[in-house]
Design a protein around this ligand. Sequence first.
Ligand code: BG6
Length: 369
Amino acid sequence: EKGGWPSFMKKEISEEPEAVANTLRGRVHEGAVTLHELDGVAEVLQGVNRVIVLGCGTAAYAGMVGKYAVEKWARVPVDVELSHEFRYRDPVLDERTLVVSVSQSGETMDTLMAVRYAREQGARTLSICNTQGATIPRESDAVLYTHAGPEVAVASTKAFVAQVTALYLLGLHLAGLRGTLDAAGIAHQMAELEAVPAKIQSVVETASGRIAELAHWMSDTQSVLFLGRHVGFPVALEGALKLKELAYIHAEGFAAGELKHGPIALIEPGQIVFVVVPSPRDPSSLHKKVVSNIQEIRARGARVIAIAELGDVAVVPFADEVIRIPLAAPFFEPLLAVVPLHIFGMELATAKGLDVDQPRNLAKSVTVE
Ligand code: BG6
């Protein structure tokens, strides 16, 4: 039940902190990851030499975020593929390939068929799913449930942050099994992950009002672009998807580094661009590069809304608006930066008078191919 909320989506966005907390619950002990549900496949996981993550829509974007972390921590190659593309290209699979499906409903036909195909080809299958006893987990070798609670709004929000959390748990578990991170390294990442729910809560509390105002004055907007880099890239894709799904506005997400290879031609005066800005504390030069992207699009008249870490002053002179997120290590920023984008999609749809829970033409669980 909506319990006094104006929409399921608003309620579900407000539940993003607990979606992460509940997915972690009982799976961390003194800094170590304990995933007893994967005990039966420990040998399989130890022998894995390749991971393929499958999903559709928001689930696939969660997979893309997960790829960066799992590869980094567990030093195993990870590919992410849309379920419906996967089995039509004769992929190379064997018993050392772990196919990780990501699905909120566990019933998405495209993903189910891809999982069946992977099994037939001899791959091992692990399901990350939010629905107990759904078909995909039943047909997989192992399952890691997300505990986001029932998600009613058609467009996925709290399930996304729970899926990323589950992929991170899996990445740290694999890192432990493969010996690519020591106990201290795992404990360090786990501490960062356990701090995420409170940080999401603060984003919901501090950003909601301003984003509602922005959405209100943007309600006639025809097109919005989203830029991000590294783990911020799938966040940009997710921000764009939400706007399409909920507000029926043409939206595109790009990797910021790709800007000069094409998308910059789209920038004309008044074009609204959301930019997910990496932390200036990150030792890579990505922050500087993204700030210079902002300067480039600003010089061409774009209106820039930056999602940037608290205390990042470098973006201020170049952005029309800065939405702040708390400090977090780079891998955990997506779990924070995605929240304002979820709120933005919902608020823009609301400003247009649309039904945010039941967008036109969409179904919560697509059980046809
Ligand atoms: C789409 C939904 O049809 O399916 C999206 O509209 C969702 O919100 C996607 O992300 C995948 O669904 P599931 O249940 O497999 O995660």
